[in-house]
Design a protein around this ligand. Structure first.
Ligand code: PLP
Length: 405
């Protein structure tokens, strides 16, 4: 029974009764999606301006990805890596050719990709760089977000992410995001890597100063350390380049991808690196029951093809530039700054605005779905398939809401 005549409140009550309360979603219950649009259980239509935190860059229920999913699901969904399958070789080749890395290692969630990257650079630190046992250090930034596993929350500086979950994994050093001087000072002979988001998404759509990533690249080279860019949210076209690091002409040693790698159909993540580095993993060193399975691989291949065939990366750059400029000119008394690149945009509100949540609620009432991040920032991240007319449709509503008292 897929369809019922329950109301929005009925669904919410039911969910509350049996589901852990670890999220605070807007009061909307969605049942269908197509492209940039979603519909709730009462038949109301909304423009999706969040794209499941950038997992749905290709738009909801994209027909080509859907076809790949259903065909592969009917043929062979899961083999485990105990055996080879006929999809992973092509997924790996296509992803590597597209991104310019020798190798990929498939996982499922973004957090798992980051965990994998951490293991990879630590192993390299001990086996290649010669760091003394258990002394490897990874430099991370304030405001980072890399998922919710116990190691990852350990290097978060968000109190709530950590509260009650210790003890934490040692080996991480935190520096202020965007501060090149502090970054230089943090490197020492035990530093194996710098882990950084080219733009911080969950941190409030924070774009670092010009030249920051290039400086980080140089520092890593000088100190024989590896640069890891966490592109789980910024990658795959979201910012108007395939990888956000391309904005700074920087090539990281290790890249993590997730979210849009499946177009939202299925959890698919990956770590990219060149052959010599990826050789740190031998059989038995790392793994995942579902990582690289034929269903994930078929879905991933289709999701990548859609990005290219539909010109979504260029579209993100063009529409994003337009949307950012229009947002910057709204002249709302509540807006402190509009930041972002491509279609990853944050509208930072002044303290006097009374928080971002009420604006998200008001936008929902206008038919636009988005979500606050860090209490005072509204994030706008529509599917990369969005056209100018629909952006104008959204802007009309955003202007109205940002001008309210
Ligand atoms: C979302 C996100 C992750 C975690 O991905 P999950 O699939 O939720 O585990 C990691 N890094 C960044 C930058 C993210 O935005």
């Amino acid at each position: 029974m897929l369809k019922t005549d329950l109301t929005t409140q009925d669904y919410i009550e039911l969910e509350k009764r049996h589901n852990a309360h670890n999220y605070k979603p807007l009061d909307v219950v969605l049942e269908r999606g197509e492209g940039i649009w979603v519909w709730d259980v009462e038949g109301r239509r909304y423009l999706d301006f969040l794209s499941a935190y950038s997992a749905v860059n290709q738009g909801h229920a994209h027909p080509r990805i859907l076809q790949a999913l259903t065909e592969q699901a009917a043929r062979l969904p899961l083999t485990s890596r105990a055996f080879h399958n006929d999809q992973l070789p092509f997924f790996a080749r296509e992803l590597c050719e597209m991104t310019g890395y020798d190798k990929m290692l498939p996982m499922n969630s973004g957090a798992e990709a980051v965990e994998t990257a951490i293991k990879l650079v630590r192993k390299w630190g001990y086996k290649v760089k010669g760091v003394p046992e258990d002394q490897a250090q990874i430099v991370v930034c304030t405001g980072n977000f890399a998922g919710r596993t116990t190691t990852i929350i350990g290097f978060s500086d968000e109190e709530q992410y950590k509260d009650g979950f210790g003890p934490f994994t040692p080996g991480f050093v935190t520096v202020p995001y965007g501060d090149s001087e502090a970054l230089s000072a943090a490197f020492n002979s035990n530093t194996v890597a710098f882990l950084v988001e080219p733009i911080q998404g969950e941190g409030g759509v924070v774009v670092p100063p010009e030249g920051y990533l290039r400086h980080a690249r140089q520092l890593c080279d000088t100190h024989n350390a590896l640069l890891i860019t966490d592109e789980v949210q910024t990658g795959l076209g979201r910012t108007g380049h395939l990888l956000a690091a391309h904005w700074d002409d920087v090539r990281a040693d290790v890249v993590t991808l997730g979210k849009a790698l499946s177009g939202g159909f299925y959890p698919v993540s990956a770590v990219l690196a060149d052959a010599e580095l990826m050789a740190m993993f031998g059989p038995g060193d790392h793994g995942s029951t579902f990582g690289g399975n034929p269903l994930a691989s078929a879905v991933g291949r289709a999701a990548l093809r859609v990005l290219i065939d539909e010109g979504l990366i260029d579209n993100a750059r063009e529409q994003g530039a337009y949307l950012i400029e229009r947002l910057q000119n709204i002249g709302s008394p509540h807006v402190e700054a509009v930041r972002g690149r491509g279609l990853l945009i944050g509208v930072a509100l002044k303290a006097s605005a009374g928080g971002a949540r009420r604006f998200c609620e008001a936008l929902k009432a206008e038919g636009l779905l988005c979500k606050e991040t860090h209490e005072t920032v509204i994030r706008f991240a529509p599917p990369l398939t969005i056209g100018r007319e629909d952006i104008d449709w959204a802007l009309e509503r955003i202007e109205r809401v940002l001008m309210m008292d």
